[in-house]
Design a binder for this molecule. Structure first.
Ligand code: FE
Length: 201
């Protein structure tokens, strides 16, 4: 037993405010930077980017090949930001008997410029710890009940490798134009928490 008070970690917004204060105090934060950065993130780093890549991959076999070979190149080809420090975007192709799911066991890294900011559950310690050990159970709890015959592959994001899942195109959407296809692609499907099978034509 110790008389030391238990350490507690402040919530993210308090920690961010503290960092901002220190940076300002040291004149390391140009005026307007936080606002401009936030606005750019809100406008440009959206789920619709990845959804458009998926829709194009479904519609255009040559783009699909390029995207699977070099996700970073495919993202930049479509004019989307992909920061240098993210290094690689690896696109994981779902198949009828193979399901890919993404996690960052260390924190909450994701290809946020392509699939949008990580959802809260993705940052949750419970998800990060359990999806690696009992992926089938965790996915079932999230509403994705995969048959035992489907192999589940779990990909752990690192500082310099970001992933996105290329979901299978729902059969009912065969022949749709890419713009319409992009509307059905969800962030969850690009993380691997759903498979879009419920989409009807
Ligand atoms: Fe992380």
């Amino acid at each position: 037993m110790s008389d030391q008070p238990k350490s507690s970690i402040a919530p993210p917004e308090k920690r961010a405010a503290a960092m901002e204060m220190v940076l300002r105090r040291n004149s390391a934060l140009p005026d307007g930077f936080v606002q401009e950065f936030t606005e750019h993130a809100d406008d440009a780093w959206v789920t619709a980017n990845g959804a458009r890549m998926v829709a194009r991959a479904w519609s255009e076999p040559a783009f699909r090949e390029r995207m699977l070979a070099d996700g970073t190149g495919a993202a930049r080809e479509m004019g989307f930001d992909f920061p240098e420090h993210h290094r690689h975007l690896v696109v994981l192709e779902n198949k009828p008997d193979i399901h890919n799911v993404i996690v960052c066991t260390l924190c909450s890294c994701t290809a946020y410029t392509i699939i949008g900011a990580a959802p809260d559950w993705y940052k949750d310690l419970d998800y990060r710890a359990r999806v690696v050990r009992e992926s089938r159970t965790v996915l079932r709890e999230m509403g994705l009940d995969l048959p035992a015959s489907t192999e589940i592959r779990v990909w752990d994001t690192t500082a310099d490798t970001r992933y996105m899942v290329l979901p299978e195109q729902p059969p009912a959407t065969e022949g749709w134009p890419a713009e319409k296809l992009a509307e059905i692609v969800t962030q969850d499907s690009m993380i691997g928490a759903s498979r879009l099978e419920e989409v009807k034509g």
